[in-house]
Design a protein around this ligand. Structure first.
Ligand SMILES: NC(=O)c1ccc[n+]([C@@H]2O[C@H](COP(=O)([O-])OP(=O)(O)OC[C@H]3O[C@@H](n4cnc5c(N)ncnc54)[C@H](O)[C@@H]3O)[C@@H](O)[C@H]2O)c1
Length: 314
């Protein structure tokens, strides 16, 4: 494969396009308006600047990756017409994705693999194409140019050849992959995060702990072990006899799924929606969201490099 198309140039799409371009692919990046594509180009340039600052990218390659390898287009046909792999990262809505796959099946070469970056939708139930053996989910994590995991999820008709090709392609891009042969909403990573999220909202809404305390408990507690032990190896270290006793004593009751959080509702009402407003649970001062993200990205890149050097990450 040498040519790919990325459909949707938002939070995820611009990062996916950048990673494929860094890997040497010609990329057609499509979105609905020129304004969104201009923003994507500027985000790709600032992401590359951050990588250059972290000594992880050669400044001489910047122009090639950001402007020569990526074709920014509002014409879906132009992006898809010669692609061997197409991945969509458009809005998370059934009708929009259904319609898009319809179009892609018509526009992309018949040998092309069609992938979705959906987080929760069972595309295999509603996407209809002439090539169900070449349709699957590739689920990336934000920020996609830094976090290595891509979950590959096969549908009932996805061929092994498609899974193998997609896994090999993503591994060559430096991505860490896991393969799920069956669809499950949220796959693996988001399900674990969602379970933790329910507990976080309960602890905050019921006033058990402050946001600062929760972050301290996570970062100075189980969070420190996570990069080394993951979530399962930790059980071996704790002892599986203890794990069984903890299960048997049933004192832990998971929070009820209420579909709301009072604390989150209040912050949203105050216009504190997080980094994009300069404030959420925390205050970020007068810095732009780009600056705040850059600081986070530099730290994440440092940590990723450190873990790779220790042999804990591919
Ligand atoms: N944001 C995340 O952290 C994250 C992580 C993993 C997966 N995802 C999934 O990736 C997908 C995209 O999420 P996002 O956060 O990048 O969304 P986003 O809203 O930032 O970007 C979506 C982009 O798609 C464009 N778009 C909408 N309909 C389109 C169409 N028919 N054709 C072309 N472009 C279209 C929009 O204009 C927008 O620029 C969703 O399915 C989401 O569930 C998101």
């Amino acid at each position: 494969m040498r040519k790919v198309a990325v459909i949707g140039a938002g939070t995820m799409g611009h990062g996916l396009a950048m990673v494929f371009a860094q890997g040497g692919y010609q990329v057609g990046l499509h979105d609905l308006s020129q304004g969104i594509l201009d923003k994507a180009r500027s985000l790709i340039n600032s992401n590359l600047d951050t990588l250059i600052e972290a000594n992880m990218f050669d400044a001489a390659q910047r122009e090639t990756v950001a402007n020569e390898r990526i074709r920014y287009t509002t014409d879906l046909a132009e992006a898809a017409v010669d692609a061997e792999f197409v991945v969509e990262a458009i809005v998370e809505e059934v009708e929009a994705k259904k319609e898009l796959f319809n179009e892609l099946d018509r526009l992309a070469p018949s040998r092309a693999i069609l992938a979705s970056n959906t987080s929760y939708l069972d595309i295999f139930k509603f996407v209809k194409t002439s090539r169900p053996d070449k349709v699957l989910i590739t689920h990336w994590f934000a920020p996609p140019h830094i976090v290595p995991l891509v979950e590959i999820v096969a549908g009932p008709q996805t061929s092994q050849e498609t899974i193998d090709t997609v896994e090999r392609t993503h591994n060559q891009l430096g991505k860490t992959t896991i393969v799920l042969k069956k669809f499950l909403p949220g796959f693996v990573g988001n399900r674990m995060q969602a379970a933790l999220g329910l507990e976080i909202y309960r602890l905050l809404d019921e006033g058990f702990a402050t946001p600062e305390d929760l972050d301290k408990a996570a970062k100075a507690g189980f969070g420190l072990r996570l990069p080394i032990l993951g979530v399962v190896k930790r059980l071996d270290f704790a002892g599986l006899d203890l794990a069984q006793r903890v299960l048997a004593n049933r004192s832990y009751q998971p929070p009820e799924v209420r579909g709301r959080s009072k604390v989150i509702d209040d912050l949203n009402l105050q216009g504190r929606r997080g980094v994009k407003d300069g404030a959420g649970f925390y205050d970020y001062g007068d810095r732009s969201s780009e600056e705040i993200m850059r600081e986070r990205d530099l730290k994440l890149l440092k940590l990723r490099k450190f873990l790779q050097d220790m042999g804990e990450l591919d």
